[in-house]
Design a protein around this ligand. Structure first.
Ligand SMILES: [Fe+2]
Length: 131
């Protein structure tokens, strides 16, 4: 699995969802799962949105000051993901698109977690201790 301890945010729900996203992205490259790529892509598309929605709900709960900025990062990612997803559906299910989706999810997510999610989760944990 691509997730490792350095990616831990300390917020269990978010960490679980991040792990799942990496598992699903990895499935795209797993030869034994090739038949299920369309299903995996659909799952990923929905799960990404669900994850971002959950994360943003936590941000609202603690009135995270950077929530609007963070939301824009999520929107940007969803746009990129959907563009590749449509490309896969419309252009004959090419392997190159699958590789691009895998690398988008894995690389974007890693960078995003390390900087933006960790920053938010530290804030969240601090605020939760207060109440
Ligand atoms: Fe995020």
């Amino acid at each position: 699995m691509l997730w490792n301890k350095t990616l831990e945010t300390g917020v269990a729900k978010i960490d679980e969802q991040h792990k799942e996203l990496f598992v699903q992205a990895e499935k795209l490259l797993d030869r034994s799962q090739q038949q299920r790529i369309p299903e995996t892509l659909d799952f990923l598309k929905n799960y990404v949105v669900r994850h971002f929605t959950d994360e943003e709900a936590l941000q609202r709960r603690v009135q995270y000051p950077k929530s609007a900025f963070h939301h824009n990062l999520h929107v940007d990612f969803v746009g990129k993901f959907k563009k590749l997803y449509e490309e896969y559906k419309n252009n004959g299910e090419k392997l190159s698109v699958i590789l691009a989706i895998n690398s988008l999810v894995v690389n974007w997510l890693k960078d995003h977690i390390m900087v933006h999610d960790k920053e938010f989760c530290q804030f969240y944990l601090k605020q939760s201790q207060k109440s």
